[in-house]
Design a protein around this ligand. Structure first.
Ligand code: APR
Ligand code: PHB
Length: 393
């Protein structure tokens, strides 16, 4: 069977970026079709980060999917940074007049997916890796095959929301496309456990043996991370080894009161900084992880995807409602301006808190001096808080 479709915007990828874009366009009467490599079941099962800037919560409300995040999201007015037993609380509410919301990306994706399905928007799932994008001056074609059918989509634009390992970035000619990347010499081992969180706020811990972090999803569901060698596999990390490593890197009084239990999810993610320039070419526009990656230390990945979609959805509405392409033309530069500032912050937080094996003793002294200065400087703390709560769109 062959599915031949015409739509306003073809969207590649049904992660948070693709789903949010589809939903926002639909609310403005603009049609879309989503092509997803995996099954939706797989997409909705992913465990990812969990901190939303106020701007992202506002985007969920704009998409009319803000009910659950408003009632179930955990409002955080600050977080802690620790070095050994030295603790520093960054008081976001006092420094910036706002905090952040802890709400798992899994839940964000579920909320958006249910809205997109209620819109009767077509999602072609299990499309695999062979989807092809053909650009021309006045339209685009997206063709491919899923187990259910071959598909041929004609659209006015295509949005590349297919993540770091997607195909859409390659639609920008290699002689135009520039890629900037920094791969960190370590990864994060993440664990989910049905235990009481270490604290009511997030704790970022730096230790001479490596980084650790304590987060949560609710009062009985904790999310923890420890820095680990890049090539480690989850099989290398028993629950016992994980808990011992976490406790070693936390301040002793937090470690002593830590509730441990069996892991219900365990995964290792590499850390990289990555940006593609430009984020558009002819009638393709790249958004979210397809265009940029940040190390999760600054909790910017999902929040950057949402600001990309803010710019892109507004630009597409401007085009379809007023035949005005100016915001589409300016999309890449506008999105990249905010992306690079978040890249810098995420790189800085990662550099401050992680042990770099090849670093010399001088580098370790620099890390500690930076933390000491942060402890002593309200202005430095405010600069950190300003980035953490999210820079303006
Ligand atoms: N064709 C169709 N879909 C694809 C393809 C492809 N060739 N390649 C990848 N995809 C799908 C993936 O299966 C995934 O569902 O695109 C989607 C991309 O989703 P994400 O990777 O979640 O990226 P994005 O929607 O931009 O969300 C960014 O996700 O990875 C986290 O930390 C990141 O929080 C950030 C958020
Ligand atoms: C999470 O809760 O998964 C989380 C929180 C803050 C981060 C990264 C991940 O910086």
């Amino acid at each position: 069977m062959k599915l031949t479709l015409k739509t306003d915007v073809a969207i590649i990828g049904s992660g948070p970026s693709g789903l949010l874009l589809s939903r926002l366009l639909k609310l403005k009467g603009i049609s879309s079709v989503i092509v997803e490599r995996q099954s939706i079941t797989h997409v909705l099962s992913r465990i990812r980060a969990g901190v939303l800037e106020q701007g992202s919560v506002n985007m969920m409300r704009r998409a009319e999917v803000g009910t659950r995040v408003s009632s179930e999201g955990l409002r955080h007015d600050g977080f802690q940074i620790t070095y050994g037993d030295r603790e520093l609380r960054i008081d976001l509410q006092k420094l910036m007049g706002k905090g952040v919301t802890v709400y798992g990306q899994t839940e964000v994706t579920k909320d958006l997916y249910h809205a997109v399905i209620s819109d009767n928007t077509q999602i072609i799932e299990n499309a695999g890796d062979d989807t092809a994008i053909t650009l021309s001056s006045d339209h685009v074609k997206v063709t491919g095959v899923s187990p259910e059918c071959a598909f041929d989509i004609e659209a006015k634009f295509v949005a590349g929301c297919d993540g770091y390992r997607g195909i859409s970035r390659q639609a920008i000619p290699v002689d135009i496309r520039q890629e900037f990347e920094r791969i960190y010499p370590f990864g994060w081992l993440g664990v989910l456990s049905e235990t009481k969180p270490a604290d009511h706020e997030i704790i970022y811990s730096s230790h001479e043996n490596g980084f650790a972090m304590c987060s949560m999803r609710n009062a009985n569901l904790s999310r923890y991370y420890v820095q680990c060698p890049t090539n480690d596999r989850t099989d290398d990390w028993s629950d016992e080894r994980f808990w011992a490593t976490l406790k070693e890197r936390l301040p002793s009084q937090i470690a002593q009161s830590l509730e441990i239990g069996p892991s219900i999810e365990k995964s290792i993610a590499p850390l990289r900084s990555f940006v593609c320039e430009p984020l558009s070419h002819q009638r393709i526009f790249i958004a979210g992880d397809a265009g940029h990656i940040v190390p999760p230390t600054g909790a910017k990945g999902l929040n950057l995807a949402f600001s990309d979609i803010f710019y892109l959805s507004n630009a597409l509405v401007q085009y379809f409602s007023k035949n005005d392409e100016s915001e589409l033309t300016g999309y890449s530069d506008r999105a990249l301006a905010r992306i690079w500032k978040a890249e810098r912050f995420s790189w800085w937080m990662t550099s401050l808190l992680h042990k770099f094996d090849e670093e010399d003793r001088f580098a370790e002294k620099m890390r500690r001096a930076e933390f000491q200065f942060l402890c002593e400087s309200p202005d430095f703390q405010r600069a950190l808080a300003e980035n953490y709560v999210g820079l303006p769109y």
